[in-house]
Design a protein around this ligand. Structure first.
Ligand SMILES: Cc1ncc(COP(=O)(O)O)c(C=O)c1O
Length: 386
């Protein structure tokens, strides 16, 4: 059965939004940068939040707002992952969960492996936790991005204490294979290190691509792994502040239980209510329609670039709504997004903020209408007279 793609809201409505995507640049700029999407919320989320607003239900988040049961059901349904409810704890956002877990497992100055190019806050959050970033860049294997397991092994053998994994990977949209994740777990276990797996983009893995929750990759993964995730990216709830930390062994669960009570207390009530509605089966049809829209857009970008900017090197993401594009052949320097913003009035994410490997690259946000994406590429192509 073909699923009708979700339609984005029209630009005049989007410009009334008050979030970062719509309030950072003037109106003549098309914003395709920060990871917010241009669609309406899933109906079940709108209804739940509307009810809460009407009741003035804006107090503190209770000990269990239903997130655990909702996530357990969701993980089983969407990923075939059996999660124990008492191993799910909430916090206010994914990056805070990552920071607090790292802070609990690291001694000051311990090294943490990250795989650039990667979501820029990964660098800051390692530092915030008292760690030091050890960069082991992704490698290009036959046209696909992969973790450099030999490089990670060397880093762990040299004393790195943790790996901060992006699963699926932002900005390349890579979905790591089960075999790669199992080997990563084995390496971490052999060297007494932990793996913190940020799985915020997991609901956005395209049909036909096999996603492996890190904690299910192997018996070793259950021992060394911590997963941090949320409904915020796939369901566009980033401002509502709710994420979860999931563990699968007694030892890792004890670490999460030992975090200061404030870590859980900072969960936003609207975020929790919205997450419960997002993870309910009632929102599955919305997610499938979103995936259909993102699938169309990732293919549309390939066609647009081939037709108007053939110098661009783009590999379609296997997950998510972010597209990593290499513009080095255009000769626009290390930071092409600067020129594109100034002259084409399109805001993209700047490649070098993802690490040195991002020089000459940009990141597009595909969570928009096909018309906006088309207009953005036309504006950029006009800079080279096309
Ligand atoms: C990989 C990754 N992790 C975390 C986040 C941010 O999550 P949060 O706002 O819950 O910290 C993003 C946002 O785009 C992301 O791409």
């Amino acid at each position: 059965m073909t699923i009708a793609p979700l339609q984005a809201l029209p630009l005049d409505q989007l410009r009334r939004r008050s979030s970062t995507k719509w309030r950072t640049y003037p109106e003549d700029v098309l914003p395709l940068f920060v990871a917010e999407m241009d669609f309406s919320l899933a109906d079940a989320i709108t209804a739940r939040l509307r009810e809460a607003v009407e009741l003035g239900d804006t107090g503190y988040t209770p000990p269990d707002p239903g997130i655990r049961a909702a996530f357990v059901g969701y993980a089983q349904r969407r990923f075939g992952w059996t999660v124990q409810p008492d191993r799910v704890r909430s916090t206010c956002d994914v990056m805070m969960g990552v920071v607090e877990i790292l802070r609990a497992v690291l001694a000051p100055g311990d090294r943490v492996v990250v795989a650039p190019p990667v979501y820029p806050p990964f660098y800051d959050c390692v530092e915030e936790a008292g760690g030091v970033v050890e960069r082991v860049p992704l490698i290009d294997v036959d046209g696909s991005w992969r973790l450099d397991l030999d490089g990670i092994e060397e880093a762990l053998a040299g004393g790195a204490r943790a790996v901060l994994l992006c699963n699926p990977h932002n900005p390349t949209g890579t979905v790591h294979s089960k075999a790669v994740l199992a080997r990563l777990a084995e390496l971490a276990a052999a060297h007494g290190a932990v793996v913190v797996s940020d799985e915020i983009h997991a609901p956005l893995v395209q049909p036909g691509v096999a996603f492996t929750p890190f904690l299910t990759a192997s018996p070793a993964a259950t021992e060394v792994g911590y997963t941090v995730t949320s409904a915020s990216k796939a369901y566009n709830l980033a401002g509502l502040k709710c994420a979860i930390m999931v563990t699968a062994s007694e030892q890792t669960a004890a670490v999460v239980r030992s975090l200061p009570p404030e870590v859980e207390w900072r969960t936003g009530l609207f975020g929790a209510l919205a997450a419960v509605a997002a993870w309910d089966p009632a929102s599955d049809a919305w997610l499938d329609a979103l995936l259909a829209a993102l699938d169309e857009n990732r293919r549309l970008l390939a066609r647009l670039l081939a037709a108007h900017l053939p110098e661009a090197d783009y590999r379609m993401p296997e997950a998510g709504y972010l597209a990593w594009v290499d513009l080095r052949e255009l000769g626009w320097g290390d930071d092409p997004a600067g020129r594109i913003l100034r002259e084409a009035r399109v805001a993209l994410n700047r490649g070098p903020t993802f690490g040195a490997e991002g020089k000459g690259h940009v990141r597009f946000n595909l969570g928009c209408s096909p018309e906006v994406l088309t207009e953005a590429v036309h504006r950029i192509a006009a800079l080279v007279g096309r």
